[in-house]
Design a protein around this ligand. Sequence first.
Ligand code: FMN
Length: 235
Amino acid sequence: MAFDENGRPAFLLQGKPRALRTEEVSQIVGVFAQAARNAREGGFDGVEIHGANGYLHDQFINGALNTRDDRYGGSIANRLRFTLETADAIVDAIGGERTGIRLSPFGRYNEMPAFDDEAETYLTLASELSKRGIAYVHISDQTRWADDVSIPKNFLQAFRSAFRGPLILAGGYLRDNGQAAIDSGEADLIAIGKPFIANPDLVERLRNNWPLNSWDERTFYTAGAKGYTDYGVCA
Ligand SMILES: Cc1cc2nc3c(=O)[nH]c(=O)nc-3n(C[C@H](O)[C@H](O)[C@H](O)COP(=O)(O)O)c2cc1C
């Protein structure tokens, strides 16, 4: 997100991506670990590795997108290697209880293609993460973002059996469907995005059944107070 040639805020094309050289991958792992140390030093309680939504780790995990022929591509173990090395480095740096990870199994955002062993890949990742005792997994559920996205029935259940720690779900949840997901054992926690942008006192509103402000998408990626700090609170 930047300014286009007419000075208007817009999404702009970035540089053409290239494959990392094998030896660069471990440097990137080191950079993630340093970022986690920096976050702790800066006063954060912990960090969430962003392994979802088409970002770097997701690109390695995806069996259709990842065409590498080194130890970071091909088999499930190879495709998970970068993510697990990152998790290990961060756990070493700041402790497992301070390390979470965000994943988007079956997500198609940012043009992530479907791949054959998608469920098996993520279930393997879940059990590997479980062994590491990290604080939580946070699933970015894209099923309400796009019509062609769905998480297969029973997948979340299988994921929960494979990953024994706390599970967070995000994506189109509010009080009722969030509570239903918690009650049915689908998740331990629900993360809420857009309603929070528009309702600084969201917790109070949900607790008291007060009406909600609706969000204004036109202000999501703009600078200044409008759409950022000017949504009112309930009196
Ligand atoms: C303005 C805005 C920017 C976002 N940017 C990102 C992003 O850069 N990366 C990402 O993974 N998710 C991003 N998200 C998605 C949120 O992390 C979150 O998953 C989502 O908003 C949760 O769904 P909900 O808004 O329906 O509660 C963004 C959401 C909004 C509203």
